[in-house]
Ligand binder design. Structure first.
Ligand code: NAP
Length: 419
């Protein structure tokens, strides 16, 4: 085990390890008493983590008695890390997330004037957490801007390392922008106006194929009916179109016996997907937006590049009641970091007020990833029951009739009571 200067490795508990499963995916091998590192988070992170950890422990103990237990390991990132270690993101935090395979985090402030764009983006890049996974599901009783939010049940796999996330941009008028423009205009015959800001959007075969592969493997393991590749390949043929083509290629190469394309279904099966097959389709991004508003029930797992996935995730989260209850995970091969999708909401920090559901549902995803499905179900059912009882935090309370507004910590206690 590595030596940690600031984090304290729990005395008891074991490391989660990894193995490759029968469909070629790296999956965790979880002991009964795993050590799980957590980053508390900045701003509202403290309130939320204090509320969430007891909920996770209760879900485990109510599901498995004494036979399973999590040993939490506090690791540092963000403002707390700066205070304790002098750095916003100490190397040992990155090492711990790698070494212990599964971790969970609260929101982190993006430090102004730091050497990087965002701690969250840095974590994803240095750990190669290439799939941002967002399940979007409706909990009855939460106010929604659409008529049938219960029809939404999707899981987005958004590519996390390429596209606009590469951050290759040159400010208009700088030497760099002029150089790039000169090269494109003079050497390659491109037509670019003077004083353009220039951004570069690389999409690779490697990056696209591994993301699509992960999304199909997830659909297989979780019995979803379809996977949809989202792209704007009609306009950007070699980036967005490349993503689509490499997606179909990897599906054929790795999962030929499990998937069937829409073309094949219409050609050979009268438009009906044969039993046991997963339908692989693709949609142009703008069409996808309206489809997900008018016919969300036709879509299950979505595989997207970075920017398209960013828009779609938040649009779907809005349909089911907002970011306060949307969970997420950033997953690579053999390392997974579960996280809230909202930020640090500094105006609410320390008020014991906000909704902890985003981190709690990220924990639910973490349990599913670990194969602890009973604990995951305990959380899901108790959240639904707590919302049914209209005992909710301010954000849900302000949009429903009747009910009782609870503090963040009280909401956590209510979840435990309702398990
Ligand atoms: P934000 O912290 O997500 O807050 C925006 C608004 O969302 C809040 O004012 C609140 O709305 C609502 N909200 C957020 N979390 C909530 C919760 N748990 N329960 C109920 N409502 C919640 O976004 P921001 O103000 O743009 O960003 C603040 C900081 O967070 C920035 O430093 C940003 O870089 C960082 N950030 C971090 C992450 C991450 O760590 N993954 C993600 C996004 C942003 P009302 O005002 O309507 O109550």
């Amino acid at each position: 085990m590595s030596v940690y200067k600031y984090a304290k490795v729990p005395e008891h508990g074991e490391k989660i390890t990894i193995k490759v499963n029968d469909i070629g995916q790296v999956i965790p091998v979880v002991p009964n008493q795993p050590i799980i590192p957590f980053i508390r988070g900045d701003g509202i992170g403290d309130d939320i983590w204090k509320t969430s950890q007891p909920v996770f422990d209760a879900a485990v103990s109510k599901s498995y008695g004494d036979s399973k237990k999590i040993h939490w390991m506090k690791i540092y990132a963000g403002e707390e890390a700066k205070e304790v270690t002098g750095e916003y993101l100490p190397q040992e935090t990155i090492s711990a997330i790698k070494e212990f395979v599964v971790s969970i985090k609260g929101p982190l402030t993006t430090p102004v004037g730091g050497g990087f764009r965002s701690l969250n983006v840095t974590l994803r890049q240095v750990l190669d957490l290439y799939a941002c996974i967002r399940p979007i599901e409706y909990y009855n009783g939460v106010a929604s801007p659409v008529k049938n939010p219960e029809k939404v049940s999707c899981v987005i796999f958004r590519e996390n390392t390429e596209d606009v996330y590469c951050g290759i941009e040159y400010k208009s008028g700088t030497n760099e922008a002029n150089k790039v423009r000169d090269f494109l205009v003079n050497e390659l015959g491109a037509n670019i106006r003077e004083k353009s800001g220039i951004g570069i959007k690389p999409i690779s075969q490697f990056g696209s194929a591994r993301l699509v592969e992960k999304s199909i493997a997830y659909a297989i393991e979780n019995n979803y009916k379809s996977v949809t590749l989202v792209h704007k390949g009609n306009i950007m043929k070699f980036t967005e179109g490349g993503f689509r083509d490499w997606g179909y290629e990897v599906a054929k190469e790795k999962f030929a016996d499990r998937i069937i394309t829409e073309d094949e279904v219409w050609k050979h099966h009268d438009g009906k997907t044969p039993e046991g097959k997963i339908l692989l389709k693709d949609r142009i991004a703008d069409n996808m937006f309206q489809q997900l508003l008018i016919r969300p029930q036709e879509y299950d797992v979505l595989a997207t590049m970075n920017l398209n996935g960013d828009y779609l995730s938040d649009m779907l989260a809005a349909q089911v009641g907002g970011l306060g209850i949307a969970p997420g995970a950033n997953v690579g091969d053999g390392v997974a970091l579960f996280e809230a999708t909202h930020g640090t909401a500094p105006k609410y920090a320390g008020l014991d007020k906000v909704n902890p559901s985003s981190v709690i549902l990220s924990g639910m995803m973490m349990f599913e990833y670990m194969g602890w499905s009973e604990a995951a179900k305990a959380i899901k059912n108790s959240l639904q029951k707590t919302i049914d009882n209209k005992t909710v935090t301010y954000d849900i309370f302000r949009d429903i009739e009747g009910g009782r507004e609870l503090k963040c910590s009280e909401f956590g206690q209510e979840l435990i009571k309702n398990m």
